[in-house]
Design a protein around this ligand. Structure first.
Ligand SMILES: Cc1ncc(COP(=O)(O)O)c(C=O)c1O
Length: 344
């Protein structure tokens, strides 16, 4: 995979770096604020920047006070999701996924939920929103459980006009290098809940709050999860490019739709951000990128738990991902050329 960032992008970035140096604020300055504002405009949600996607999840879970409670997590995610739960002091309960969208199965959640369940984490895996998101919201409301969205893959994922992070109490984005909108390291918490966002501003800064020029520590469990100004400047440039990146991916996906029949079929109203393009049972695919997940990524396997999660296993064995990372060299080929390039 390559990370395209051309001369024009570099110039934009260098201009912002000059501003950082002129401002004399290398942390807690104007860039983080502007990046947050731009992310808020894009998602229509309140935003707070943090150091990475994992700390974004940890922060949300800490706000929700999950200590000594249970959090239901899909096994087919990056281990970061489970680790955030453990770091927040809760027990991870692993659930299976659906074959149709690879996201957490409500049917399996119903078997795993107990009176100790405080949070369910839905991971919008692959770049689309979980197809059952409305049912998940209703279930959580009924059971008085918080729904948290892991949006690490879901930049540009939209369902019925709503972005990832708009459905639960909060969403956690990652800007890790392989993600759709990379800044190297970085994360963003989005939420409609003002209190959660204001609390995050304290939590990410050792619990510190300056009131009338005087430093106070209203939060005792904060730590340093602040994003620095240089990363935020890169985030601003990447935001300006996001629609271009998403349109590029969508155009390639439209060609893939003509080539691959056995694939994820999106419901009406769903727009994937195409972190990955996911196909099933294509043993003749010649060029592929990493799968969305392998069996060795399963949280329950890493944790040494002997449980059966058959859909996740089936997907791990039977899905593949033709390249859809921004800048793939053959993306501008026509459908028949792509068929020759990709299939045996
Ligand atoms: C699904 C998922 N959740 C969380 C993370 C953690 O993000 P970060 O690496 O920015 O901490 C990642 C990726 O890295 C991820 O893929």
């Amino acid at each position: 995979m390559i990370l395209p960032f051309d001369e024009k992008n570099k110039k934009e970035y260098y201009k912002l770096l000059d501003k950082v140096f002129e401002s004399n604020f290398w942390s807690e300055g104007l860039m983080v604020k502007e990046f947050e504002n731009k992310f808020s405009e894009y998602t229509n949600l309140n935003s707070a920047a943090v150091t990475n996607g994992g700390t974004a999840l940890l922060t949300i879970l800490s706000y929700l006070k999950v200590q000594d409670k249970e959090v239901i997590v899909p096994t087919n995610t990056f281990y970061a999701t489970s680790q955030a739960v453990k770091m927040a002091g809760a027990t991870v309960v692993y659930a299976d996924c659906n074959k149709y969208d690879l996201c957490i199965s409500l049917e399996d959640i119903k078997k795993k939920v107990t009176e100790k369940t405080k949070v369910i984490i839905v991971v919008h895996i692959g770049g689309h929103i979980a197809f059952d998101i409305d049912e998940l919201v209703k279930f959580c409301d009924r059971k008085k459980i918080f729904l948290v969205e892991d949006c690490a893959h879901a930049h540009g994922g939209i369902f019925n006009g709503r972005m990832a992070g708009d459905f639960g109490i909060a969403g956690a984005y990652s800007f890790y290098s392989t993600k759709t909108m990379p800044t190297g390291e970085g994360g963003m918490i989005v939420s409609k809940d003002n209190d959660l966002i204001e609390w995050t501003r304290l939590f990410r800064n050792y619990g510190k709050k300056v009131i009338d020029g005087k430093v106070n520590y209203p939060l005792k469990n904060g730590f340093n999860y602040r994003m620095n100004e240089f990363t935020a400047a890169l985030g601003i440039v990447q935001m300006q490019r996001l629609n271009e990146i998403l349109n590029w991916k969508t155009e390639l996906a439209q060609k893939y739709d003509e080539i691959f029949q056995n694939k994820i079929n999106y419901p009406c109203g769903m727009k994937s951000g195409y972190y990955k393009y996911i196909i099933f049972e294509y043993s003749n695919l010649k060029i592929e990128t990493g799968k969305v997940f392998n069996k060795s990524d399963f949280g329950h396997i890493i944790d040494g738990l002997d449980i059966k999660l058959p859909n996740s296993e089936w997907i791990a064995d039977n899905h593949k991902c033709p390249p859809i990372y921004f800048g793939w060299e053959y993306a501008n080929k026509n459908i028949s050329e792509l068929k020759t390039i990709l299939l045996n």
